[in-house]
Design a protein around this ligand. Structure first.
Ligand SMILES: NC(=O)c1ccc[n+]([C@@H]2O[C@H](COP(=O)([O-])OP(=O)(O)OC[C@H]3O[C@@H](n4cnc5c(N)ncnc54)[C@H](OP(=O)(O)O)[C@@H]3O)[C@@H](O)[C@H]2O)c1
Length: 332
């Protein structure tokens, strides 16, 4: 099969190479999946550079999020069988025509979603749901401010917050992204490169501020300016590249709760929450309330993975960037 293979730390996506490699050899308790689509992530860039917290041994195939079709079932798993459409996260590398993965890291694709949409579902949607529901205890009618609202986590948070009855303000880094946010349900949009953005949020909320802030960027300090009494600010990530230090008195003054979310750690620390979150998300998908937004163009062929990752690094993308490893269906 064909796969991207990393043999030493790379300078960046331009150095990615596609090779012919042996088919994966799944263990008995793993699935063999033909990869249809890969959800590209910023952390893929960090991984190939050796800058991510997880450093796989060489040689490795990068990529985590994928969707595809089960080719071989796992022994002892009565849930997923050959032919099933699945999505998930693999440690064996998603930028490949086939991957092996434990069935616990795969779910069936809801019938309402395409392979391309499902490729970016596994991480962003439960993260945003956990942030809004488990951490911020969102109530219908509350004001929610979503940062990087046109990104993977952001679009998911917009759709979920709207489905739960919130009034949503989308915050993005360029006015070009207002259209995509409005199309995904945002009631208002602001640009956080505009120095007056917090005043705009205050004015949009009639001066009271927002009840919840979903922050995948690193904008907690500034968001405190437009937070309401009893607001909850959820730290999701640091896309801007800096980990903030917050003056604690500013948290006290408005009775604010600053909290974090680490979705990947739920499986270890609160495993009972994982099926609960997926059940809620599947219901929303069935009702048509959530549907991942796929960035256009979809990058077809593993040789285009470098273009996909370059596009993410340039900050010009929205929704989920997807790579399709095989331009035609590979033979087993
Ligand atoms: N805690 C968790 O469990 C969890 C789970 C998933 C992801 N995350 C984290 O959440 C963050 C967002 O993930 P995502 O999948 O939504 O990423 P994404 O789709 O790549 O979106 C990231 C967005 O961040 C914004 N941004 C602001 N400042 C930036 C800068 N200096 N450089 C690059 N982008 C910047 C950009 O939008 P604008 O141009 O509009 O500013 C960009 O599109 C990442 O840091 C990720 O690691 C955390």
């Amino acid at each position: 099969m064909r796969a991207i293979v990393v043999k030493s730390w790379l300078k960046g996506p331009d150095d990615l190479e596609v090779k012919d490699v042996p088919m994966p050899a799944p263990k008995d308790d793993e699935l063999l999946v033909r990869v249809d689509s890969v959800g590209a992530n910023f952390f893929d860039i960090l991984t190939i550079q050796g800058k991510y917290q997880i450093k796989p041994p060489f040689p490795f195939i990068p990529g985590a999020e994928f969707s595809g079709t089960v080719v071989r079932a796992a022994v002892g798993d009565g849930r997923l069988k050959p032919g099933d459409r699945v999505f998930g996260s693999t440690d064996s590398g998603a930028y490949a025509e086939y991957t092996s993965v434990p069935p616990q890291q795969c779910l069936p694709i809801p019938s309402t979603l395409s392979f391309e949409q499902a490729a970016g579902l596994y991480i962003t949607y439960p993260t945003s749901y956990a942030a809004l529901v488990l951490r911020a205890a969102l109530r219908s009618g509350e004001w929610v401010l979503v940062h990087a609202a046109a990104g993977g986590v952001g679009v998911a948070a917009l759709q979920i917050a709207k489905a739960l009855g919130a009034k949503v303000i989308a915050a993005v880094g360029s006015d070009d992204k207002f259209g995509i946010c409005s199309a995904q349900g945002a009631d208002h949009c602001v640009n956080y490169r505009d120095s007056a953005w917090t005043s705009k949020v205050l004015s949009l909320t009639g001066g009271r501020g927002v009840d919840i802030v979903i922050d995948p960027v690193g904008l907690v300090e500034k968001s405190l300016t437009c937070a309401a009494w009893n607001a909850r600010i959820v730290v999701v990530g640091f896309a801007a590249g800096t980990i903030e230090k917050i003056a604690a008195n500013r948290i006290l003054l408005k009775n604010v709760a600053v909290t974090g979310v680490h979705w990947g750690a739920y499986a270890k620390n609160e495993p009972e929450r994982v099926p609960e979150v997926w059940a809620a998300l599947f219901k929303m998908a069935e009702r048509g309330q959530i549907a991942p937004v796929v960035y256009d163009p979809v990058f077809s062929g593993l040789d285009r993975a470098k273009d996909a990752l370059r596009a993410i690094a340039s900050r010009a993308t929205h929704g989920k960037v997807v790579v399709k490893p095989a331009e035609t269906q590979p033979k087993l």
